[in-house]
Design a protein around this ligand. Sequence first.
Ligand SMILES: [Zn+2]
Length: 186
Amino acid sequence: MNCPTCNRPTTRRVLSEYEDDLIGIGMPVVLVNSVVEVSCEACGVAEREIPDFDGLVAAVAVSRAMHPFKLRGEELRFLRKAMEVSGKELADVIGVTPETMSRWENNRDPITPAMEKLIRLMVIARLGEKVPAMDFDPKEVADMRILSVCQDSAKPQMCFERVKVRVRPHRTEPHWDRRLSDAAAA
Ligand SMILES: [Zn+2]
């Protein structure tokens, strides 16, 4: 591919680590060995390509649903959007008013623990199949005690990598997997 500005050849490299608040909820996501940077030596224009953004949103949502930290309003809104439902639809399904849902998402009222657990289980049920590389157990959410005290050391570590998943005996596909290494803590 050539540079769109000067039409000289560009170089591509895979970034060993890329960190960004990609989903705009104040929670940095680290992507390991997955983001491709395209740059031009002449004009230095660099573009970053994040593969399978949809799958990444599902991976972040499932990871967050599995983490026992109480959801902030903006995180609840992110999970709802990741499930592709409106505030009114989600409110209907769980039996609260749209006004209540809106107050939760705007941090005006805390989400009740039972409803929070239900929403987390919905996230796992609806998005789990989009993250076949990830290891998660819905029972952990069912038995989860949601933590209300915010400690920095217990913050969700959002670090992901593309891995190959066997889909048929002779076929593999890349999917997002959670990376639970020291790289996330660094
Ligand atoms: Zn150029």
